[in-house]
Design a binder for this molecule. Structure first.
Ligand SMILES: [Zn+2]
Length: 427
């Protein structure tokens, strides 16, 4: 009876090769580890009279079914498995990178590397890299003048003329610096959201007409997203709309400061009041419970002292009370923090009015001012066709949300291209 190497789960032998079963992305995958199988045929003990040494005789079969000659390996070297490589030229797959799904989908870097391999012309190039010491595995690139080039050593795959032409073309094709226009940001970046899917809108520059700058849903179906519409809005249109909206808000503030204040008050108060009440009652409840827990703890302690409650129960209950006390403490602190936030809202309202006034004076939009005034802008899809196109653009102001401006005039109509106009509905 021959003695096979023992393979325990997840290793197994198949067609004279060793495999491992792994789970990759939830699916079982068999990975080939070796291109041979070995079996022990003999266990030999040699002695020189004083010491014993054990050897194993091993035979094998490679994955093509070829028998591998019998070898004898010291037992102490057996586990390293390097004897397979040494005697049979067979080995274990040490892992490493797996083949990509499509090995010919080369990246720019790969193509560039292929095009510049002088070896393909039949040359041998030595000393491309060196290392500081034989102990140091790190390779350092050697400058080209230190290379040793032996021309025409082997048969070329690319003729020298073609290779040199490519090198010249490569040298001419300067790497284009990123177009600063692409890097440009727009002050509305980060403020716009898709009304349908909630994704942010991304800033885009039209090519080749770089004057056209626009935003569109980052989750648009046509760009591998799931959103049905582009939610396209031109940056210049948007700027005009927001300018007009802010102007009309500012004139409302000038015309009727009291009404403006009332609207802000109503906006903030409605939600604030209920929130404030809720927080206050939460604090009251938590405080009352804290007192109850303290009393219960005290009583428990007394009972323990008097021997009514044993050590184990005392430990358990006291632990429970302490945990609850800590939780209540935390809750009270959180509620108090939220309450003081709400009180800050009063100042925030003043800040908002102040920012509107600042806009009135400046009459221009800056990113800073925009962020002071506007929380987010909700962009809807364009509705209708031809002359009747409309698009809803809803501005959510900071602290106060959507403002229904009573003095707002007509909707804004902007001509995007000749003959194409869009009416913008802003509330
Ligand atoms: Zn969307």
């Amino acid at each position: 009876m021959e003695n096979y190497l023992y393979y325990s789960d997840p290793f197994f032998a198949y067609n004279n090769a060793l495999y491992i079963e792994k789970t990759i992305n939830g699916k079982p995958v068999n990975i080939k580890l070796s291109n041979f199988l070995a079996r022990i045929t003999e266990d030999i003990t040699c002695t020189n009279g004083a010491e014993n040494e054990r050897f194993l005789s091993i035979v094998g079969t490679d994955d093509k079914g070829k028998d591998l000659r019998k070898i004898t390996v010291p037992l102490k070297n057996f586990a390293q498995l390097d004897w397979a490589q040494e005697h049979w030229g067979k080995g274990l797959n040490r892992g490493g990178k797996q083949m990509p799904a499509d090995p010919y989908r080369w990246s720019k870097t790969t193509v560039r590397k292929i095009l510049t391999q002088q070896e393909y012309c039949g040359d041998v190039i030595n000393f491309k890299t060196y290392s500081k010491s034989f102990k140091n595995k790190k390779r350092i690139l050697n400058p080209e003048e230190n290379w040793k080039v032996f021309k025409g050593v082997h048969e070329p795959i690319i003729d020298r003329d073609t290779f040199e032409t490519v090198q010249k073309m490569k040298a001419k094709a300067k790497r284009r610096a990123p177009n600063p226009k692409h890097a440009e940001k727009n002050m509305f970046c980060g403020l716009l959201y898709c009304a349908d899917c909630g994704s942010p809108l991304w800033f885009n520059v039209n090519h080749p007409n770089t004057d056209i700058k626009y935003f569109m849903c980052s989750n648009y179906k046509g760009r591998r997203g799931t959103c049905e519409g582009t939610h396209y809005v031109r940056a210049d249109s948007l700027e005009q709309i927001v300018m007009l909206e802010l102007r009309s808000l500012a004139s409302f503030l000038i015309e009727d400061e009291e009404a403006f204040a009332d609207i802000l008050e109503a906006k903030t108060n409605k939600s604030i009041l209920s929130q404030q009440k809720f927080l206050e009652s939460s604090i009251d409840k938590a405080t009352a419970r804290t007192k109850e827990v303290a009393v219960m703890y005290e009583k428990l302690f007394e009972k323990h002292i008097n021997g009514i409650v044993n050590e184990e129960s005392f430990m358990q209950l006291s632990q429970k009370y302490e945990t609850e006390r800590d939780e209540l403490k935390l809750k009270i602190r959180q509620c108090q923090e939220e309450l003081s936030e709400i009180e800050n809202l009063r100042t925030r309202k003043e800040q908002f009015t102040f920012a509107v006034r600042k806009f009135m004076q400046m009459e221009t939009l800056t990113p800073a001012l925009l962020n002071e005034l506007i929380e987010k802008i909700e962009v809807h899809s364009i509705e209708g066709k031809g002359k009747n196109k409309t698009q809803k653009i809803i501005i959510h102001y900071r602290f106060v949300g959507v403002i229904d401006n009573p003095i707002k005039e007509e909707n804004i109509v902007l001509e995007a291209r000749q003959g194409v106009a869009v009416e913008y509905l802003t509330a």
